[in-house]
Structures are given as C-alpha cells and as structure tokens.
Ligand binder design. Sequence first.
Ligand SMILES: Cc1ncc(COP(=O)(O)O)c(C=O)c1O
Length: 369
Amino acid sequence: MKKDSYLSKKVQSVRPSGVRRIFDMASSVKDPINLSIGEPHFDIPTPLKKEGIKWIEAGFNKYTPSGGIPELRQKVIEHLRKKGVMCEDAIITPGVTGGLLLAFMVVLNPGDEVVIPDPYFVLYEYQIQLLGGKPVFFDTYPDFRIREEALTRAISKKTKVILINSPNNPTGTVYTKEELQIVARVAKKRNILVFSDDIYDAYVYDNEEERIYMGALYENTLTFGGFSKTWAMTGWRLGYVAGPKEVINCMVTMQQYVFSSVNSFAQKAALLAFDYDTTNIIQEYRRKRDLIYEGLKDKYVVQKPKGAYYIFPEVPGGDGDSFVEKALREKLFVIPGSVFSKRKSHIRISFAQDEETLVRGIEILRKLA
Ligand SMILES: Cc1ncc(COP(=O)(O)O)c(C=O)c1O
C-alpha cells in the first residue's frame, strides 16, 4: 500500500504553530533582546527548590497516584474555596497544558464546539482540533472585553464549552465581575461547561481585592491553575484542575492512560508553594508593567495590562507579522499577534524580563513606531 505520509490525517490537518517560522528567524539573531518569553524571568524561590531537593534525596521518586498526591489535591481545593471557587474535587496534572488536554478529552464529542474570545492562548486551538472538536472564536477587539452579543452570536447547538483566560495571554486583560457574569448567564441558560484558565491568577496589578474567579459565579466551571507562572516551576510541569466531581473523576482515569502520573517531588514542593508569599514578585512585575506601558502609550494604540506579563499593542500600518521581522533586524524579538488571533494587527510583548533588557526593548519599540 502506497502512503503519502505516515502521519494521521488529523495531525496533518492541524497547521504548524505560526511561532515556529519566527523562532527560526530569531534563532539566527545573536544575543537578541528577548521580549517573547512566556515564563517568569526569575528562578523557583529557594525554599521551594530546597523542598524539591529534600524529597528527591528522601527517595520520593516513584509513580504517585494518578490524580496526584491526596494532600496536594486537598490543598488545591482549600486554596480555591478560600477564593470563593465552587469545586467538588481536584486533579493534579502535568501543567495546565496537561490539564486542558485531559479535560477536552473527557468532554468533547466529535464536532463539539468550544467558544473562545479572540485573542487567545495558542495551544487551545490545536488541542481542540486534535481531539476532534471545533474551536469557535469571537472577536474582542479593540479593548479585549467580553460583550454578551458577541459571545451569544458564537454559541450554537453544538457548543459544549466556553473557554476563557483571565488574566489573559496575550492581552493582559483581567475580566470584570460583569463580564464573568455574562459568561455565567449565557452558559447556564444553555447548560454549557465553562473552562477558566486562571494560570496567571497571582499576576493582578490593580484592584486585586475585587478580583472574582469564574468558578465563584458558575458551578459548572473547570478551574485551571498551576505552578509554572506564580512560582516559576515551568520545567517541573505541575498544574491542577478543579470542578465538578463527575468530570474530575473521569480525568483521573484518563490520566492513568495518558500520563500515568505527574512529577513526584514537585508535588511535595507545591504543598509549600501555596504558603509562599509572592507579594514582592507581583510588585516587581507591576513596576515592569508600568515601565513598558508608560514607554509605549504615546507611540502605540495600546491597552494597559491589568494582569499576566504581556502587553499587546497595535502596530502602525496594521501588519504585526512584518513588524516583527523589522524588529528582529534591530535584534528585538517579540511575537506577532497573528499567532494568538485571527487578526494580525498587533504584537505580543512579554515584560517577564530584567529591567535593563526591558528598557533596551522599549527604546527600539519607540524607534520603530
Ligand atoms: C494562558 C496559558 N495557559 C496555560 C499555559 C501552560 O502552562 P503550563 O506550564 O502549566 O502547562 C500557559 C503557558 O504559557 C499560558 O500562557
């Protein structure tokens, strides 16, 4: 039998991530000013690193239960309930990436639709497609707010999930209580599940005390959180998902077949992480947010980020792809907005960098405007 390719049709239909071409270009630039990075610029806090090492040395290096160690599952539930999130159970997963995969796996039938505000974090689209679902985007430009009319228009009989991400990658938007209530109202009326990717929940810069979680407003929410962003454990691969027992139970079963279990020692260190005070880190990132916003606001059309560590300005001329190529010629590496959106008018700049690099980046961005 003659084959054109050994790859499955499904895989072939998923187009390669647009970042790759830009990363190829960027890899040829020596010592770029890198404002493209999606992870904190600091290392795991020392006490948490030491806790991980302690458990490695104590021999805690074997498989753990499929749902995660019971004490961490319990800690996640307590942590979220303190924030008002309604959750019956929680599972520990290999990052939010692994949590999303398992969640889509257990809820999507072929052709089921997942409604997502555009711009959006890039992997949602591909995971949904790989699992036979269909991502349906609704536009939130120019201010990246959720409007009931736009959301409702995207809903169909096939909608199974509404997926939101706040604080948002790539825009830095934090949804207000009113926006979350819109999502809750629309979802409840049609008995739709909500996935709330709250991975940047610690990175909120203004009115932190008013911050509301999606899971506090609607019980059929899966709340996704993790240790990658708040405690810089990106390489330790640890996250969690909390929500209705029926869904979480099924994800635990699936985890057995898909990942077996997750990183052992990182789970022990994560028990300490919840009690580790991150106030100084957030203050430092608030200063970086102010620095970049003040540096760009008179030259670009740009929203002030309220959370996460990204800013998403519109570029002059409206072609983010060619802007990024121009920036690379000046040694500046940022990501085209088209990676995160059906539009290409914007770029994503990460301010998870040291201040000196950030200042050099801002200078080039002002020059390019
Ligand atoms: C919005 C969002 N969700 C999920 C992830 C994946 O995080 P994890 O390291 O927990 O898999 C990222 C990482 O950049 C992200 O930005």
